[in-house]
Write a protein that binds this ligand. Structure first.
Ligand code: NJP
Length: 236
């Protein structure tokens, strides 16, 4: 048990698999209560977690999730839900644009927006809150075939930074977690594919998020950047 997470209530989006599911397991093991959301949650169970259907692109779905989280006394939100798609600029269709941007940028905005009144009420009651946004190591650099995905992650990073400025006024600590390649279901892949053997495991990213959530209230972790050792070193 992690003393800093004992009794905490954390909402996690994109919690049905990959990094999100690893985070739900790590948080509950550390003694936190978790409100977990994704589109496909049937049959997903972790003791100590409540799984709810959530489509982060859908305002009504988001509001229902946020209401449940607020009623449970949520003190931290992890915007982890995300999708990836990689193609040359000339192949980006409007449909694909909307799928990626709506999930990664609009989704982060909608879920965060829905919980801000709750976080402001906590501040008025003398309590702090946290938001952790899982963006990407490519939230500030790009590459061939990366226009759509990196545009979404640059956008999500901008939302993160603006929220950090605004949230300081109501006791909100905001963290951006930026990971390199992780062995999940990301972008239509399958965990365990041989070329991903040396990539980060979802648990590695979950541990980074856990760190940001478990530091004392006087500490704000603005950003965590992590990569698998084998990934090429690349600074913007
Ligand atoms: O991917 P995956 P990761 N509403 O596919 C959910 C970032 N990242 O864990 O809705 C609600 O295993 C989906 O659930 P479902 C990445 O950009 C990754 O790797 O049931 N939930 C599932 O639980 C993303 O932000 C890598 O389909 C929605 C989860 O999201 C985060 O890490 C590198 C949803 C995705 O699980 C987690 O991705 C990097 C919606 N509309 C950043 N749409 C990497 N893996 O290499 C999807 O730099 N989900």
């Amino acid at each position: 048990m992690n003393a800093e997470l004992q009794g905490r209530v954390v909402a996690v989006t994109g919690a049905s698999k990959g990094i999100g599911l690893a985070l739900v397991r790590a948080l509950t093991a550390a003694g936190a209560q978790v409100i977990a959301g994704a589109r496909s949650v049937d049959g997903v169970q972790v003791p100590g977690a409540t799984f709810l259907p959530l489509d982060v692109t859908d305002e009504a779905s988001v509001q229902a999730f946020a209401d449940r989280a607020a009623a449970a006394g949520v003190d931290a939100l992890v915007n982890n839900a995300g999708v990836g798609a990689f193609m040359p600029v000339q192949d980006i269709t409007p449909d694909e644009y909307h799928r990626v941007m709506d999930t990664n940028v609009k989704g982060t905005l909608l879920v965060t927006r829905a919980l801000i009144p709750h976080f402001q009420a906590r501040h008025a009651a003398g309590q702090g809150s946290q938001v952790v946004n899982v963006t990407s190591d490519v939230s500030n650099r790009t590459f061939a075939n990366g226009a759509l995905y990196t545009a979404s992650k640059y956008g999500q990073r901008a939302v993160t930074h603006a929220l950090a400025h605004e949230g300081q006024g109501y006791g909100l600590r905001v963290t951006e977690v930026r990971s390199g390649m992780v062995d999940t279901y990301f972008a239509g892949s399958q965990p365990g594919e041989s070329h991903k053997a040396d990539w980060l495991k979802p648990e590695d990213v979950a541990d980074a998020i856990l760190y940001a959530l478990s530091v004392p209230a006087r500490v704000r972790i603005d950003e965590i950047l992590l990569h698998p050792t084998v990934q090429e070193v690349a600074y913007p």
